[in-house]
Structure formats: structure tokens, C-alpha cells
Design a protein around this ligand. Structure first.
Ligand SMILES: Nc1ncnc2c1ncn2[C@@H]1O[C@H](COP(=O)(O)OP(=O)(O)OP(=O)(O)O)[C@@H](O)[C@H]1O
Length: 297
């Protein structure tokens, strides 16, 4: 994968889109190819971020999917990525743990830093980097092995053999994922015997077993019923503080209930980023208000 930070860009005022932006039509300006700057609220500009995204860009072959994304993800909080389908939420999330490296023809520009350490540099050991992050996908993906082995898997692949450590991590992680009481008498049973919602909480237990610096969640509730969704949302509230969570969601109610910060994206650009309360009650941009109130997208 190639890092091409020096890309020729059209600047928004170059192409006469300044008027559109002033008139509250910045989404139209973005759609016409203008490089419209993001509106990041002051509360999120100089913070103790776990993750810093610096002018990050990504191309799938010739198609650019992310443009000049700069944002800081605050420590111990939940940050939601929202925006219409195809705006680049999952691409941005998967870029954090470099999952996009696995796709042929992907190029990036800019960088990201995890607790100060560059993520995109040729010297970075990607396997070690990924151990510092937990990932939870849209569809739960337990391994065809016992509940216990699923949870301790990250430690096993790291060579941990001490049974008492594995037992302790298993219980702590299952408790952390609010699953312990439901499975403590059957942790040797197959993980595939659990319900969909339990399987997703098991995947969260596995993701936190290695105490990641950031937990990445890609629409973790989209395959779940409302009750299981509620449990995951409660769990997210319990996990924050100890963990920094970056979550992609399509669900505006979920973003408003479960997150502390919200980033609204459109066609690969960060449009507005602020505290969730401000984004939902007092956004700076009329375009953000239109999206979160369901008037488009
Ligand atoms: N593997 C890929 N190869 C080529 N293009 C891709 C690939 N994955 C995503 N894209 C494109 O990148 C853009 C952003 O997609 P992405 O999945 O990140 O958006 P999203 O906001 O997460 O969408 P959704 O809400 O529908 O999941 C889209 O135009 C999509 O078609």
C-alpha cells in the first residue's frame, strides 16, 4: 500500500463553491468535488485524544473514499461516526486497525496516531498494532470453539499458557461484557450455542480480553433485535471510561443515546464533529441538522 499525501485537490473557493457553503449547501459543494473544510467544535480541538487522525485520505484504486479527515478521539469516551450509506464510516473505522491494507489497490495519505504512535509508517508492525485495538463487527463472528476459548483467544495467540491467568481474564472479560451470569455454568459449551445477542457480547468480551487502547465497533447492533440492542447499548455505557470506543452506526437514536461525541460524514468528508449533545440539539451547520432529523440520507 502506498502513501500518497501530496494529492492534487480542488480547493472549495477555487471552484466557486464558497457561495454554496455560505448558503448552507455545503453538501452540494462536496458533491461537486469541492474541498469543503470540516466544522470541528472547539470542545474537540485540543484534547487528550487516544487516537489522532491527521489529514487522512484513502483511495480504493482510482476512487477516493476518504478526504482529508482530521479528528481527535477523546480518551474513555464513546465517539460515533454517522452519515448516509457509502460516506466512508466503515472505511475510516477499518483504517484505524489497518484492515484496509488487506484490500488490493488501497492507497492512503496522511496518518493516524494511537497514543502518540504512528499507525501508518513502513516500520509499524501491523500485527502488534492490531493487538492494541479491539474490533467488533456488524455480524458477530465467534470462532467455532468453546465460550472460554473464544474469550482467551487473544492471549493464547500471544503465547499465554498460565491457566490461572486465562481463567481470570475469561471471567473478567465476560463480566465486562455483561455475559458472565448468563454463561458461567457453561463456558465449555460451544460459542455457537449462544443467541445472536449473546454471541455479539461474547465478541465484545474477546475484544476487551487483551485490554485494547481503543475498541472499534462497526454497527454492532444492526443484526440484533431491540432487546439485544438495548443490552449492547447498556454495555457500551459500562465499558466507556475504561475503554475508548469508536462506533459506526446508522441509527441516529443510538448515536444520541450511546455516544459522547458525534462525527457527521458525507461523501468521504468529515462535515461536522462535536459533543453529541451539541450535534443533536445545537449543530453549527444546517446540513447536519437536516441529516440528524432525517430530512435527508
Ligand atoms: N473494498 C472496497 N473496494 C472498493 N470500494 C469500496 C470498498 N469498500 C468500500 N468501498 C467504497 O468506499 C465508499 C465508502 O464505503 P464505506 O463502506 O466505508 O461507507 P459506509 O459509510 O460505511 O457505508 P454503509 O453505511 O453503507 O456501511 C463507498 O463508495 C464504497 O463503495
Amino acid at each position: 500500500m502506498e502513501n500518497t499525501s501530496a494529492q492534487s485537490r480542488r480547493v472549495w473557493d477555487d471552484v466557486g463553491n464558497e457561495d454554496l457553503v455560505r448558503a448552507g449547501n455545503r453538501l452540494e459543494a462536496i458533491a461537486s468535488g469541492a474541498n469543503v473544510p470540516s466544522e470541528t467544535h472547539e470542545a474537540l480541538t485540543s484534547i487528550d485524544g487516544v487516537l489522532h487522525v491527521d489529514g487522512f485520505e484513502l483511495w480504493y484504486g482510482e476512487a477516493q473514499a476518504l478526504y482529508d479527515i482530521t479528528m481527535q478521539i477523546p480518551r474513555g469516551e464513546v465517539t460515533a461516526l454517522v452519515g448516509p450509506s457509502g460516506c466512508g464510516k466503515s472505511t475510516l473505522l477499518r483504517s484505524v486497525n489497518r484492515l484496509n491494507d488487506l484490500i488490493d489497490g488501497v492507497r492512503i495519505g496522511g496518518d493516524m496516531r494511537l497514543n502518540g504512535d504512528t499507525i501508518y509508517h513502513s516500520h509499524v508492525d501491523v500485527i502488534e498494532l492490531r493487538k492494541r485495538m479491539g474490533m467488533v463487527f456488524q455480524k458477530s463472528n465467534p470462532f467455532p470453539m468453546s465460550i472460554y476459548e473464544n474469550v482467551v483467544y487473544p492471549l493464547r495467540i500471544d503465547g499465554e499458557r498460565d491457566r490461572s491467568i486465562l481463567d481470570e481474564v475469561c471471567e473478567r472479560s465476560l463480566r465486562g461484557a455483561a455475559l458472565w451470569d448468563e454463561v458461567k455454568d457453561r463456558i465449555k459449551d460451544s460459542a455457537l450455542s449462544l443467541s445472536g445477542g449473546q454471541q455479539q457480547r461474547l465478541c465484545i468480551a474477546r475484544a476487551i480480553a487483551a485490554e485494547p487502547e481503543v475498541l472499534l465497533m462497526d454497527e454492532p447492533c444492526s443484526a440484533l433485535d431491540p432487546i439485544a440492542t438495548g443490552k449492547i447499548e447498556d454495555l457500551i455505557q459500562e465499558l466507556k471510561g475504561d475503554y475508548t470506543i469508536l462506533i459506526v452506526t446508522h441509527n441516529m437514536q443510538q448515536a444520541s443515546r450511546a455516544s459522547d461525541n458525534t462525527a457527521f460524514m458525507y461523501l468521504g468528508r468529515l462535515v461536522e464533529y462535536g459533543r453529541t449533545e451539541d450535534i443533536f440539539t445545537n449543530p453549527h451547520l444546517s446540513e447536519t441538522e437536516s441529516y440528524i432529523t432525517g430530512r435527508f440520507g
